[in-house]
Structures are given as structure tokens and as C-alpha cells.
Write a protein of this length. Sequence first.
Length: 459
Amino acid sequence: MAGTRLADKRVIRLFAIGQLGWAILSGIVSNWLVYFYMPSDTMLSRGMAVFITQGAVFAGLTVIGIITGCGRLLDGFIDPFIASQSDRLKSPLGRRIPFMRKAAVPFGVMTVLIFIVPGTGSQTLNNVLLFCCLMLFYITLSLYCTPFNALIPELGRTQELRIDLSTHISVTYFLGTAAAYLVTTVAAYLEPTMGIAGAFRITVAVLAAVAVVCMLVPAFGIDETLYAESEPSSTPMFESVAKTFKNHDFQVFELSDVLYWVAITMFQTGMTYYITELMGLPDSLSFVFFAAMTLISLMFYAPVNMLAKRHGKKRIVAFGFFFFCLAFGVTSVCGMFGVPGMVWGMLVAVLAAIPMAILGILPQAVLADIAECDAIDTGERREGMFYAARTFSMTLGQTLAMILFTSLSILGENGMGYRATALVATVFCLIGGLVFTRYNERRVLGTIGSGTDEGGERQ
């Protein structure tokens, strides 16, 4: 019988390794795409080539901003289709694993090609090639990540399992993102012999190979049919999308999530610029600061896990939003008042570590609660669509963030554009926190409690 077992620690660890893999690939593109194709004066002075059209080309928008925006939008619109196909799939391997097995290698390959294919002498041709590569990257990302995320509530079938699973994948997500920040650190050793672009590309290729291996671990190491209720949904895609977005609790979550992804994407995209242009430090320290941020954040994972189980998730998530505002606000003034750049960097890392722990763990668990509550209310399991909709909020937020960042960062002089990006991130995060306070956690958990027995099985 499908879904007769609760996931054990081994299954949770295998699943989390998959998160490590796709976090590396996503982190490479999120953190370095703009940096590679919109090089700063510091990079240009080191011999970095200019591959695509620079500066504003239409209504204050840049080519890289338009291309990344289109890619994110494609990702957002294709996610519901893939989620629907996954929810409705009839396979002896389950509903999610078949997608993950087929998508892992193409996902890694497209990550590498994004930084290699647009290498001609024509900026116009490179614009087109980058656009095509990025579209294929987001398609393969969706093919792996949408089914992967849909397994979260299916493997985490009790409150404790949901929080534990979310904690594990949060750890590997930040480790993967930290690994992605290694690009310039490793490339610095190769740069004297291969040039800045060549060293960058080789490093990306090595990290992508590691990431693909990690993504294949859960795809071949977990027997989905033993742990997940793999009964296919019969609801057509558009009807499933409509049902998902009619859920009031999800509406609140989705809006706050969009605002969160705008803020965090602007912060992560700008981190290397903040370090080099505002703090006056080398870009190789990007990894050092993010690693410090991650290690400090990991210290708070156990307390966040325990507090969430004891006091619920809503208050802690809202606190995470508001504390992130402080970190972003400090970032907007870093490099000023005669304070050394290293001090600013460590201060930002420490301040950002606490909300990173909270918002890295709990939103996934909150969404799993909402999906489980909806399944009890409607009698239909559509986890894939809920996580596709969450991916859409991430996509929409990241799209807006890329457009805002690439437009704001070119304004003014002496780093004023970069400071503006941090201030805008602060505002979005503040509004996101206020929106999340409207989430009705008591009703959701009450419904789940009445719909399952103590062992986590449906009544």
C-alpha cells in the first residue's frame, strides 16, 4: 500500500542532499549571472570582457534585467503545468521521482551553458543566446524542483516530520548557496592562467557536476511509493490552479512570500557589489562572509526548530521578517562613517544570520501545513500545485528583484544605486512581515489535528 511508512532519518537525509544539489545550481545563476554579464569597474580593470549590451536600453531597464525577468516569468508560468503533470502522473515509481531522474542532468548542463554559449564577438548575438540558454535553464529547473518540493508534505506527514524535514533541507539549501559563493574564490586561483572569464566558467562547471550527483541521490535513493500517498489527482491544471489560489490561508502566505523573495533576492544579488563597491573589499570575500553568515545561522537552527514545535510558526516567521529589515537597513549604510569594510561585512553577516535560520526553515513547513489542511478540507491531494504556486511567488519576487536591482544599481554615483537596492529590500521585507501576521495558523493546525490520528495517518 502506498504511503504506509513514515519517513525515517535516512530518507530525510537523502532528500536533503537533493536540495543541496539544486541550491548550488540555483545559487550560481541567482548570485553570479548579473555579476558576470554586468561587470563592475573592478572586474573590467582585471580584464573581464563585456559579452552583452550594457546600460539602460528601454524605460530604464537593462538587457540583463529584461532577460532574467523573462526567464523568471517563464519559470513561473511553466511551474503550474509541470505541477499538474506531476500531480496526475501514474507511474510505478510514484508521481515525483520520474521527473527528478530525467531533469537532473539537463538542469546541470544548462547552468554551465549559460556562462559559456554567449561567448561570440557580437553583443547582439550574445543577447539572443543568453536569452535562449536562460529559458532552457528555467524549464529544467522547474522540471526538477517542482516535483522535488511536492515531496515535502508527502514525506513530512506529521507536524514534527514537517519541521524536521524543513530544517534539514534548509541546512543543505544554505550549504548549497554557500558553495555557489565559492565561484570567485576558486576562480581567483585559476585566473592568472585562464583569465577571469575562463576561470569563472571552469569553476561553474565543476560545481555543477557536484550538484548533479547530489540531485540524483534522492531520485535513485528514495522509494517514493513507500512513504508518499501517490494517488494521482484528477483535477485539470487550470481548475487546480484556481482551487489553490482560492485558499485564503495560501493567499496570505503567497503575498508575503512574493515580498520576501523580492527582498532576499535583491540582497543576495547585491552582496558581491556591497562587498566590492561599498566596503572596498575583494570579491573573493563574498564566500567568506556568506560562509560566516551560514555558520552563525546554523547555530540558531536547533532553537528555531524547538521554538516552532512549542509555540507555533507564525510569530517566529513574522519576527524573522522584521529582523531581516534591520540587516538590510544596515547594509544600506555599510562603508560609511569611517568604519572598516571588514567590520561592516561581519556585522551584516551576524544580523542576517538569525532571520536566515527562521525563514530558511519555517515557510516550507507552513506551506506543508496549508497543503495538508487543504487536502483534509477538499479530500484531494494537490501538493505539487501548492509548491508550484510557491515557486511562482519565488519566481515573481525574483523577477521583480532583478528588474529593480539592475535598474536601481546604475543610478547615482559612489555606490548610491547599490545603497538604494538595500533600502528597497528593507521596505519589501517590512510589508511582507505585516502581511504574514494575517495568516490564520490556529485554524490550519486545528484542521490538521482533527483530520489525522496520532501516528500521522489520515482518519
